[in-house]
Design a protein around this ligand. Structure first.
Ligand code: FAD
Length: 405
């Protein structure tokens, strides 16, 4: 099989398909390859996550005609309440409160379930005439020439394009094959993720409880349901995963509290080991990295995918502008502009999430005092609150055109 598309994207997770749609909208031909077999990603048992999508990310999805297909299944996040807690004691009264009514753009973002987003993306890339979607296609080698890149698949087939984008996740083979090193470490924490239904309405309020072993996030979904992201030590998470549903709920209740009434599990539990990974460079000759392939962060602030989508919007803009100006999109100039745009921001995000996790995932009384004073201080200054809300909504900094709405 030989194909000569403009741009090859390795990785059909979340960032890869969004990039394919954004590039196709600008007139590029795109081939997207994923090692997973067709329909794996849209199987309800594949991934239990739900994502807090910042307003800027929702705008990007609107620009590529995905948002109108999922909006009715997305839950607006109207408020965020952050509090401190101790195992077995339940949460303290909230000490940091963000309310979207203080921001003129509306809700800071929306919660969307993984399977809803993936299904819409898969349908859209399958239907787009400028996108070739290859599944069950594991890339094993890549060769970069002066004007293009050739990929070799596990099947032995080869495929050529003008440039290559690695959207192949935290263990990016694209980066490794290009000789790009990475820094990173594990946190000794695992996130246990599930969805619960509850008696009372959540009112679109997201809660983050900082517990000594890691944060517990209760994030509003549609129809009186919430997504739980419970970061615990690896050992405790393994215990939680091995419990039957009743024992798991008994363990969850003291941390969750009773503010939403009686709770029940609505599906399976999933677990994700947590760590940080940052590529030493986001580019190599004729290659760019986006999403977790470039930076994988702790979910404490719900920003990993949002940061990836910002890479996607920035890269799509840089490549489209290059083409319009008659430049070779895969050449050093455009790729350098992409790296300059995104690397500093994502490094800052990685450092911030790492620091927050260290500061909040412990029971040290002095640190508890420092963080409680810090949160109370932010809470008491309206200007500072709004700045944090705009940051969470993804509206700060140099916004790519596709995220401006
Ligand atoms: C518990 C948890 C909660 C989270 N919550 C949020 C949140 O609320 N908000 C938020 O913004 N972010 C959140 N995130 C982060 C978010 O999930 C990730 O940033 C996002 O899923 C990364 O997507 P990706 O497309 O970059 O990579 P991936 O989803 O890892 O996709 C990589 C793809 O590459 C393919 N691939 C790999 N190697 C090859 C190969 N050799 N050949 C072909 N294909 C290959 C794989 O099959 C895979 O499909 C959370 C993360 C966790 C762990």
């Amino acid at each position: 099989m030989t194909q000569n598309d403009d741009i090859l994207i390795v990785g059909g997770g979340l960032n890869g398909p969004v990039l394919a749609l954004a590039l196709a909208k600008s007139g590029f031909g795109v081939t997207i390859l994923d090692a997973a077999e067709r329909d794996t990603h849209t199987d309800p048992d594949f991934d239990g996550r739900s994502y807090a999508l910042a307003l800027a990310s929702c705008r990007l999805l609107a620009a590529i005609d995905i948002w109108d297909k999922i909006e009715d299944q997305a839950q607006p996040m109207r408020e965020i309440k952050v509090s401190d807690g101790r195992a077995g004691e339940g949460p303290s009264p909230w000490i940091l409160h963000f309310d979207h009514r203080e921001m003129e753009e509306g809700p800071m973002g929306h919660m969307i379930e993984d399977r809803v987003l993936r299904t819409a993306l898969q349908d859209a890339i399958d239907a787009h005439p400028a996108i070739t979607h290859l599944t069950g296609a594991r890339v094993t080698a890549q060769e970069v020439g002066p004007s293009g890149v050739t990929l070799t698949l596990a099947s032995g087939d080869t495929l050529s394009g003008g440039m290559l984008v690695g959207a192949d996740g935290r263990q990016s083979g694209t980066a490794a094959r290009a000789g790009i090193g990475r820094k990173g470490w594990g946190y000794g924490q695992t996130a246990v993720v599930c969805a619960v239904s509850h008696e009372k309405d959540h009112g679109g309020i997201a809660h983050q409880f900082f517990m000594p072993a890691g944060p517990l996030a209760i994030l509003p979904l549609t129809q009186r349901r919430s997504s739980i992201v419970w970061s615990e030590t690896d050992a405790r998470a393994a215990e939680l995963m091995s419990m039957d549903d009743a024992a798991f709920l008994d363990a969850l209740r003291p941390a969750f509290g009773s503010f939403l009434g009686e709770i029940a599990l609505t599906g399976k539990r999933f677990s994700y080991p947590l760590g940080l990974t940052l590529a030493d460079s986001f580019i190599a000759p004729r290659i760019a990295l986006v999403g977790d392939a470039a930076h994988g962060v702790h979910p404490i602030a719900g920003q990993g995918l949002n940061a990836g989508l910002r890479d996607v919007a920035a890269l799509a803009e840089v490549l489209a502008d290059a083409r319009r100006r008659g430049e070779d999109p895969g050449s050093a100039g455009p790729l350098g502009r992409y790296q300059q745009w995104r690397r500093f921001d994502t490094t800052t995000l990685a450092i911030a999430t790492d620091t927050f996790n260290r500061l909040f995932s412990n029971n040290n009384p002095a640190l508890r005092l420092v963080r409680d004073i810090g949160m109370a201080a932010v809470n008491s200054v309206p200007g500072l609150r709004t700045t944090f809300m705009r940051e969470a909504a993804g509206l700060t900094g140099d916004l790519p055109r596709l995220m401006r709405g």
